[in-house]
Design a protein around this ligand. Structure first.
Ligand code: TA6
Length: 329
């Protein structure tokens, strides 16, 4: 089992120094709107930007700017809580992938329990800008909570640690920020991994480049599970890709077209690993909840997380990490 790492930014409080936020200074102006219906929270800005979050898994299933959808969700995705959503931004915690059998998370399902637990909506905080006439920089933050007291008996038995999660989804103009705050509420230390398993819409996967991974070491789960170094400045997807890029030095990984038209900037906040995944033809066919069968052409997963080794939290300690997204749709 790999040695546990101290989280890069561990604090004993909820706030973190220099925590970035797209919340703007509040001046009176048209209010963002938030509605809750059928286990889904929807927020909309006066500019029309919108986000939809299921209480199930705190899964973002839609983020639109300029009327265009950033998030891929399979036509066969289950949205009724019967299984993790195939698409959206599933929250992966406390383990990424199949947990090692010899680890404390060993009895948990693949990708842990956060994505298939029902979270609590904790509320919103919003800020309005008087600058709406200039396109506005309104923003609204939605908070969701999950703790050891509201996961299933089976999950609690499989991982009996006292924890508290707060997942914040902040919608801004052409921007989204999703941050996971992990707190050890118990009397014994625990180890965890976290990842935001984001499915991003693309027009045509064969015309996509993923930038900002250059000269980074990655584990290739399709090839041989071995270590490789990325040599391409812009990674092209020409078949099944399942790679874990570790300790990426620069903060931002961007999706663009091969001829350089920007699509989405994904900036890591306090985490340094990123998974690139596309199941391609055969794996798509084999996944009953990934339909239509040409779905692989229309999404790529760029998944920020802390998955290389384990983060360790002592009692009372807090970890926070996530992503700041800029859409060019
Ligand atoms: O993030 C990539 C990955 O770990 C792949 O190996 C593949 O398993 C994918 O996640 C989907 O996992 P899921 O449990 O949602 O089917």
């Amino acid at each position: 089992m790999e040695r546990a790492k101290k989280p890069s930014m561990v604090s004993t409080g909820l706030d973190r120094a220099n925590r970035p936020s797209i919340l703007s200074p509040s001046i009176t102006g048209p209010q963002p709107t938030v509605s809750i219906e059928g286990g889904k929270v929807t927020a909309m800005l006066p500019t029309g930007d919108s986000v939809e979050v299921l209480l199930y898994g705190a899964t973002v299933i839609s983020w639109k700017n300029n009327g265009k959808e950033n998030i891929f969700v399979s036509e066969a995705a289950k949205l009724d809580g019967s299984k993790p959503v195939r698409g959206g931004i599933p929250v992966v915690f406390p383990a990424f992938g199949p947990p090692p059998k010899d680890h404390a998370t060993g009895a948990l399902p693949q990708h842990g329990f956060a994505r298939n637990s029902t979270w609590e909506y904790l509320g919103k905080s919003s800020s309005e800008s008087g600058a709406l006439s200039k396109g506005g920089d309104d923003s609204v933050k939605l908070d969701f909570g999950l703790s050891s007291s509201n996961i299933s008996v089976d999950h609690k038995k499989a991982w009996p640690y006292d924890f508290g999660l707060v997942y914040s989804v902040t919608l801004g103009k052409d921007g989204l920020q999703t941050m996971l705050n992990v707190r050890n509420e118990g009397k014994e230390a625990f180890e965890f991994q976290m990842l935001l398993h984001s499915y991003w819409t693309v027009d045509d996967i064969t015309k996509v480049a993923i930038n900002g991974l250059g000269s980074t070491t990655y584990t290739d789960k399709v090839l041989d599970g071995g270590e490789h170094t990325e040599s391409q400045t812009g990674l092209k997807i020409t078949g099944e890709v399942d790679r874990v890029y570790k300790s990426i030095k620069q903060d931002t990984t961007s999706i663009s077209s091969i001829d350089g038209k920007p699509r989405l900037d994904v900036t890591r906040d306090n985490i340094s690993d990123t998974v690139i995944w596309n199941p391609w033809i055969a794996k798509t066919k084999a996944m009953a909840d990934l339909r239509p069968e040409d779905s692989y052409k229309h999404f790529v997963c760029v998944e920020v997380g802390s998955v290389d080794g384990w983060q360790k939290l002592e009692p009372g300690e807090t970890f926070e990490g996530g992503q700041i997204l800029k859409s060019h749709l």
